[in-house]
Design a protein around this ligand. Sequence first.
Ligand code: ADP
Ligand code: MG
Length: 145
Amino acid sequence: MSGPQKGKNGDMEQTYCMIKPEIVAAADQQVGAVLAILNRAGFRITGLKMKQLDRATVEHFYGEHAGKPFYGDLCDYIAGGPVVAIRLERENAVAALRELIGATNPADAAVGTVRDLFGASLQNNAVHGSANLEDAARELEIVFG
Ligand code: ADP
Ligand code: MG
């Protein structure tokens, strides 16, 4: 009853959300607005910290993208300033967070999603959300230990 199982409807899950550096650094810092959206969507925040990730950690975090043309720039960008790391809990948290943040490219993100509201470009798309339960566990371990 306690631990996350396979992501079927009704399971309590944990997922990882990360507010990316350009939002944290901006003059009109929208960290609070993003947190409010998460809470309104029924997520419990069970871990929260601002942290600068070193480049090796970011390379590991985004390891699935190693070798892709955007990988180097992506790692420079995420390691380039502090992020806000958020551990979230909710039923169906992984899928619910992905839906709430919207498509990777803000230009394609549904109206009202976080990336629609705050994303600036395909790379600078405001937030990260784990893609599946395995990634969520792996990413939470990297950032929260
Ligand atoms: P998501 O974050 O939606 O899971 P991906 O895992 O495909 O998307 O990519 C990880 C991150 O890499 C994206 O959130 C974005 O910041 C960046 N990214 C993805 N594809 C591109 C691209 N074609 N050009 C530049 N940056 C990209
Ligand atoms: Mg991804």
